[in-house]
Design a binder for this molecule. Structure first.
Ligand code: MN
Length: 339
């Protein structure tokens, strides 16, 4: 079978490997149908992910069809459409005992620490499989994983109906955060510097957009909120300044949700947190968000129109990465297809 492998930073190849075999009772062999290219895959390609180990079969946004299972997973009959939950946790460390396997001490993310979905067939533990309706197109179900990231940010930030939520960054993740916040009943402001991204956000039903190249972030948010600030601010811009701005613009009793892997320290005075009694949350990957997002998709509540920018066949995987890299300002999700 064909696999797509990042041999080392900057070197992406299509190679051949044997189809994996079902060995344990909980193994599920999945024929991959679509694979989403994530910003994090591009970072791994460029050697910018501190957790990545090379060579690595990339890809964690994985959907496909069940081909064969071990005896304990036989409820998943061949042909079942599934989305793969790409994280594997130990189940015994402190985080796992709190139900937070996404920050497990032994965390393994497919496509990062272990081989991911860019292979025609992938062997996955049954616990990592979620069934999806056959009637839903692959180009939609493959978007479930990115939406779980937005769902996690809102879950961490305890976004409630009526909250004013500020989403910093209208890239793919910012858009999933904004969508999930709207579904929770929040009023949503999204900011960016690219007009096309803000326009698209508006088409998803986001209440306010701010182009921070043209408008002052603080003045505009205060104006919208009658001076209060945002109740929940989600930082999907992820630079030194965005974290500082998030603490500054969040209201009394508010929450800041940080998505950044930035290693640069930000200048934040404790008084800015204490005076307003802010809660600052890290939000990494997701926990138990797949069923939530699958439900929204089934109910047709995810606004997916125009979310997939382009689909490349597996043979054009290198071009797909190149396209994603070069069109960052105008694309949302690029897919690789195994049809
Ligand atoms: Mn992703």
């Amino acid at each position: 079978m064909k696999i797509g492998i990042i041999e080392k930073p900057g070197v992406l190849n299509i190679a051949e490997r044997d189809i994996p075999k079902v060995e344990t009772s909980t193994d599920v062999l999945v024929k991959v149908k679509r694979l989403g290219i994530c910003g994090s895959d591009i970072h791994i390609f460029h050697g910018r992910n501190p957790f990545a180990v090379y060579p690595r079969v990339w890809g964690h946004e994985i959907v496909g069809e069940v081909v064969e299972t071990g005896s304990a997973a036989s409820a998943l009959v061949p042909g079942t459409h599934v989305v793969v939950e790409p994280i594997i946790s130990c189940g015994v460390c402190y985080a796992c005992r709190q139900g937070r396997g996404n920050v497990c001490e032994q965390l393994k993310v497919m496509g990062v620490h272990i081989d991911g979905g860019c292979q025609e067939y992938i062997l996955v533990p049954a616990a990592n499989i979620h069934e999806v309706p056959q009637s839903l197109p692959w180009d939609e179900v493959v978007l479930l994983e990115p939406f779980t990231i937005g769902a996690q940010a809102c879950y961490r930030g305890n976004v409630r109906s009526g909250d004013l939520v500020l989403v910093m960054g209208a890239g793919t993740i910012g858009l999933t955060v904004a969508t999930m916040a709207k579904l929770a009943g929040a009023v949503v402001i999204i900011i960016d510097m690219v007009p096309e991204k803000l326009q698209y956000a508006k088409s998803l039903g986001v209440d306010h957009t701010i182009n921070v190249k043209e408008q002052d972030l603080f003045d505009t948010v205060r104006e919208i909120s009658g001076g209060m600030g945002a109740n929940v601010t989600v930082d999907a811009v992820c630079n030194k300044k965005s974290f500082e701005d998030a603490v500054e613009i969040t209201s009394v009793a508010g929450r800041v949700v940080e998505l950044s892997f930035n290693e640069l320290p930000s200048d934040i005075a404790p008084v800015g947190i204490v005076k307003k009694e802010l809660t600052i949350y890290g939000s990494r990957l997701q926990t138990k968000r797949f069923p939530v997002v699958i439900d929204y998709l089934k109910q047709g509540k995810l606004p997916l129109e125009g979310f997939v920018s382009k689909v490349f066949p597996i043979d054009q995987m290198v071009q797909a990465f190149d396209y994603t890299d070069k069109n960052n300002a105008s694309i949302r999700k690029v897919l690789v297809s195994f049809d």
